[in-house]
Ligand binder design. Structure first.
Ligand SMILES: Nc1ncnc2c1ncn2[C@@H]1O[C@H](COP(=O)(O)OP(=O)(O)O)[C@@H](O)[C@H]1O
Ligand SMILES: [Mg+2]
Length: 374
């Protein structure tokens, strides 16, 4: 699939990268809005490769269970290396990365940070690992800076760390943040971007204040209507070799809105199915999902945990909250009691924008299902 548009977001992020690193940037937005795709596009096609070295750590594809394996996730262990003096290894690694060899193009496909096996094993057997880990990364980044290359550190689905943080290791996330602040605001050694679809995680980071003045937030939302219609033109040319009529495009938008993945699904199915059938089928499935969700509430007692307080929620309050969306796609978050919206966000029915203080369904499709059922 070819990449489409996002010029505004790309220019913003490239401008940030051209400046001196000062902040940790959180890229947030609804599920499947295109955050990861956008960052990958920038890394592979839009970055000046003579100036930057990106390191991409995707916590979703790496099974993160505890602190040890959080550390494993940061690295790609160089099994062949016999070097246990990390300074020596960093020297050869920076030479490789600066030399513009094969190695560097691999990095552009998004690699974690390389570390030599003997040194990694040495760290791993220690009780307190993070100090050495951070020291290694800092040293590597400082060397890259000396050679005129700015590292860019990207964490995708960073909220996965929060799970292990909740299991008795609250400090981990904050020690990571402290480290990232030191790398950006204090030493200006690298750019840091943290991506997450989990709006409760973004809210947690945003509201706890620990990062105040050291973090900034970039929304990557579903496409707006104008862009969504253009995306349909782009896809129909690509996939169907023909144009869609304005009515067809309006109809698609009214069902799935500007969520790229859903628009792709519709246009792709148009190769072998009728438009109205495709859309009705998608809506039917979404309605079924929501029905099941509501039915389950007759049997299970929904609960959320707010600052270690377990709070029970009534089905009626959930329904009442969803009813608010009958006439509005987006509402202020003070219209719904916090435990209720937290539950609906957790179940991926609503998206919370903690920066704006707004709530909306995760997609137009979900919105349409809400309107039909309630
Ligand atoms: N700008 C885009 N151009 C083309 N396809 C896109 C674009 N943004 C998203 N997509 C499609 O939507 C899917 C979901 O996007 P993704 O980046 O995984 O979402 P997120 O990381 O926000 O959850 C991608 O696999 C891709 O097919
Ligand atoms: Mg993603």
């Amino acid at each position: 699939m070819k990449f489409f548009n996002r010029e505004k977001e790309i220019n913003k992020i490239l401008s940030i990268i051209e400046g001196e690193p000062n902040n940790i940037y959180f890229i947030y937005g609804p599920l499947n809005s295109g955050k990861s795709t956008l960052i990958r596009e920038i890394i592979t096609n839009r970055l000046d490769k003579s100036k930057y070295v990106p390191f991409f750590i995707d916590f979703r594809t790496r099974n993160i269970l505890n602190v040890d394996n959080f550390i494993e996730c940061l690295f790609e262990v160089d099994e062949k290396s016999k070097i246990d003096d990390f300074r020596e290894y960093v020297k050869s690694l920076t030479d490789l990365l600066v030399g513009g060899s094969e190695e560097i193009s691999k990095y552009y496909l998004g690699m974690p940070i390389k570390i030599p096996k003997p040194f990694f094993d040495k760290i791993f057997n220690k009780k307190d690992k993070s100090a050495d880990v951070y020291q290694y990364i800092e040293y590597l980044f400082a060397k890259l800076n000396e050679k005129g290359k700015k590292p860019i550190l990207i964490f995708d689905e960073l909220q996965m760390i929060r799970e292990i943080t909740l299991n008795g290791n609250r400090l981990l996330l904050w020690s990571l943040f402290q480290f990232l602040v030191a790398l950006t605001k204090v030493q200006h050694l690298c750019h840091v971007f943290c991506l997450s679809s989990d709006s409760l995680f973004i809210e947690y980071v945003y509201t706890t204040g620990e990062l105040e003045g050291r973090a900034d937030y970039i929304l990557v939302d579903d496409f707006d209507k104008e862009t969504a219609l253009k995306f349909m033109d782009f896809l129909s040319e690509e996939i169907l070799n023909k144009k869609l009529s304005d009515d067809e495009k309006e109809l698609i938008y009214s069902y799935v809105g500007g969520k790229p993945i859903l628009i792709i699904k519709v246009v792709d199915k148009l190769r072998y199915e009728d438009l109205k059938e495709i859309l009705d089928q998608m809506l039917k499935e979404e309605i079924q999902k929501l029905r099941h969700f509501l039915k389950d509430l007759d049997y299970i007692k929904p609960r959320v945990n707010i600052e270690d307080e377990i709070i029970e929620i009534n089905k009626e309050d959930i329904i009442e909250a969803l009813r608010l969306f009958k006439d509005n796609y987006e509402i202020s978050d003070d219209k719904i009691p916090k435990p209720v919206y937290i539950y609906l966000v957790k179940r991926n029915i609503l998206f919370l924008n903690p920066v704006e203080g707004t709530l909306k369904p995760q997609s137009f499709l979900t919105w349409n299902a809400i309107k039909r059922i309630l």
